[in-house]
Design a binder for this molecule. Structure first.
Ligand SMILES: *Cc1c(COP(=O)(O)O)cnc(C)c1O
Length: 381
């Protein structure tokens, strides 16, 4: 059996936002990493990843600890929501799409949870946020920065100001945005933030990360513990005491993440964000020029993803399958946008030529599926 061949033939251009096509130097770092998870070299690897992540998040090692865990982004979210709220205290979740609602679902397992619901694609109204915080006195307010399911960017700085003035802690899910949309946890007064290796940071999935404000952790570690593997206090105490994780980390994937973060550092974060914006603007303009419609044209949109309307009468299953035949992967719309939307991301592993090829491919798929089908498409040439 030729083991190296087995999956290669199915390799795809990944435009779904995560997993992404990682740069060669990331794959190389994963493949060549050989260290024990209790070795001093692993300690320095975790420290390097933590320092580079803090630089992207605009915070210092004095103020924020970084806690890595083997898992996808949800592991980090569950860590925060299961470990940072006293029994009986309230968590207020601000929801305007799939990932906000998932925070609510997760929190409900552990906490008295209230959802302030702005509806799919709705704008977070700061007056309503302030009213709810005044009424509910939540110890934690949870919100997604980039609501991946709609492409909207939520006003985390303003939400953080409201939280600070009412003594509530802010938890920001930056799983899809960190590395693509600017975030500064100091400016937005965040106490906790989460991210993961496999989206805009441009590494392989499998490392979830919590950034936790040290000044809050002295209190958080005294909260009764409701689990082990995803308990933030246990993980934090291990990192603090030894510089290592309490259980086996995804060592090789951490090495890949470190390489990806070095890549961001070498390029310069601002340059990278700018390059993502140029590619995303180009994608949006090209799609519009080819007659595609985009969702939420007037909203504050993230550059981490673009939401376009599926061709009339076409299911995502058919659209996605047709794209796969051209070796492209994108994501489906969720909730009310199922079978109405596809999402495409130009964050990592994408250049202008690939964007051109993608836009031509989806347009051909639409034309072939339109009434009259292939005949129309050929006549249009
Ligand atoms: C992807 C994502 C998550 C985590 O999802 P996983 O399936 O665990 O990777 C959480 N929040 C947001 C905003 C995301 O985009």
């Amino acid at each position: 059996m030729n083991a190296s061949r087995t999956r290669h033939d199915e390799s795809c251009r990944l435009l779904g936002g995560g997993p992404v096509n990682v740069p060669g130097y990331v794959a190389e770092a994963v493949a060549s990493c050989a260290m024990g998870h209790r070795d001093p070299s692993c300690r320095s690897l975790i420290r390097d990843v933590s320092d580079r992540l803090r630089a992207i998040a605009g915070v210092s090692a004095d103020d924020f600890a970084v806690i890595p865990i083997a898992g996808s982004g949800t592991a980090a979210n569950e860590m925060v929501l299961s470990s940072t709220v006293r029994p009986g205290d309230c968590v207020l979740v601000l929801g305007n799409g799939e990932f906000g609602y998932r925070l609510q679902g997760l929190s409900t397992y552990y906490n008295r949870t209230e959802l302030l619901d702005f509806g799919w694609g709705g704008t977070i109204d700061l007056l309503q946020v302030e009213e709810a915080i005044t009424r509910l006195r939540p110890s934690l307010v949870a919100v997604v920065q980039h609501e991946t399911s709609t492409g909207l960017l939520n006003p985390v700085v303003e939400i953080g100001q409201i939280c600070a003035s009412h003594g509530s802690r802010l938890f920001v899910d930056t799983v899809s945005s960190m590395g693509a949309d600017p975030i500064n946890l100091a400016i937005c007064n965040a106490t906790f933030a989460t991210t993961s290796s496999g989206k805009s940071l441009g590494a392989m999935p499998g490392v979830a990360l919590v950034l936790a404000r040290r000044s809050a952790m002295s209190d958080v570690v005294r909260i009764p513990r409701r689990g082990h593997y995803l308990n933030l206090s246990i993980a934090y105490e291990s990192i603090e005491a030894t510089g290592l994780t309490s259980n086996t980390p995804a060592v090789q994937l951490l090495a890949g993440l470190d390489a990806a973060l070095r890549g961001i550092e070498a390029e310069g974060l601002d340059n990278r964000v700018q390059a993502i914006r140029l590619r995303t603007d180009y994608l949006r303009e090209t799609l519009l020029a080819k007659g595609w419609e985009l969702y939420f044209p007037d909203a504050v949109r993230s550059y981490a993803g673009t939401c376009a309307k599926l061709p009339e009468g076409m299911s995502f299953a058919d659209f996605g399958a047709a794209l796969l035949r051209h070796r492209f992967t994108v994501h489906a719309g969720k909730g009310p946008f199922a079978d109405r939307m596809f999402q495409v991301c130009c964050t990592v592993g994408v250049d202008m030529a690939l964007i051109d090829e993608f836009c031509e491919t989806v347009t051909r798929i639409r034309e072939e599926a339109s009434p009259g089908g292939q005949a129309d498409a050929i006549a249009a040439v």
